[in-house]
Design a protein around this ligand. Structure first.
Ligand SMILES: *Cc1c(COP(=O)(O)O)cnc(C)c1O
Length: 220
């Protein structure tokens, strides 16, 4: 699986260049829209941490894949509607897209029901883009405090920088917000910019096309 091996080597090199342990960066292989054979090849190569951005798509294929491969960890990296929280909590292991009070409350309720709280990341809209999910940077401290009050197990922050901008300032901003809130996790960096993200302290990189190959649908 050359895409996977190549990305793993590049992550290790970027970590080393930043004076960090290669093991300090977790690769989430974002499998949205990818055909089953590509996903199975990555599973066969031994990788177990995956990301999906839609609840329904994840539900369609991961129960079956989990039955065949032990130890899968599935991260939700896309926006979550409150009416899909129960389903999401049933299929995912980590929620990376906590971005508004109503969703935080629904997640807290769902965790109380299942008795199994899932690690969560707060998504920050660092570019303040109207069409993009995420809490605005100015509201992040308050929202993080609210999530903690609700008992959500917060691991860190997540961001998706604007497509048409240098990602570095966005990574730096996310790190600043994480540090002042005492959050260790930084989910940032995709196929085009993960080495920069690692230089800025990413602990989780979410990589799709560089691992699996280009997606058939370019809009996602
Ligand atoms: C699709 C997606 C990725 C991976 O994108 P690539 O550019 O293919 O690496 C990462 N994060 C999120 C939130 C995504 O939706």
């Amino acid at each position: 699986m050359s895409g996977l091996a190549d990305v793993q080597a590049r992550i290790a090199a970027a970590a080393e260049a930043a004076g960090r342990e290669p093991g300090s960066v977790t690769l989430v292989a974002v499998s949205k829209v990818q055909p089953a054979d590509r996903i199975e090849a990555v599973l066969e190569a031994g990788h177990r941490i995956f990301g999906e951005n839609r609840v329904q798509e994840a539900q369609g294929r991961w129960p079956n894949l989990r039955a065949h491969y032990d130890g899968v960890s599935l991260h939700l990296v896309g926006p979550l509607q409150t009416n899909k929280v129960r389903q999401a909590v049933g299929i995912f292991d980590v929620i990376q897209s906590v971005d508004r009070p109503k969703l935080a409350r629904k997640l807290a309720d769902a965790f109380t029901e299942t008795g199994q709280p899932l690690p969560c990341y707060v998504q920050v809209n660092t570019g303040e883009e109207a069409q993009k999910a995420g809490i605005l940077p100015a509201d992040a401290d308050c929202f993080i405090a609210e999530c903690r009050q609700l008992g959500l197990p917060l691991e860190g922050l997540m961001c998706i920088p604007p497509l048409d901008e240098e990602p570095a300032p966005h990574f730096a901003l996310l790190k600043k917000v994480a540090i002042r809130n005492g959050l260790p996790g930084l989910s940032m960096g995709m196929s085009a910019d993960f080495e920069t993200a690692i230089a800025f302290g990413a602990t989780v990189v979410r990589i799709g096309s560089a691992v699996f190959g280009a997606r058939a649908q370019q809009d996602r």
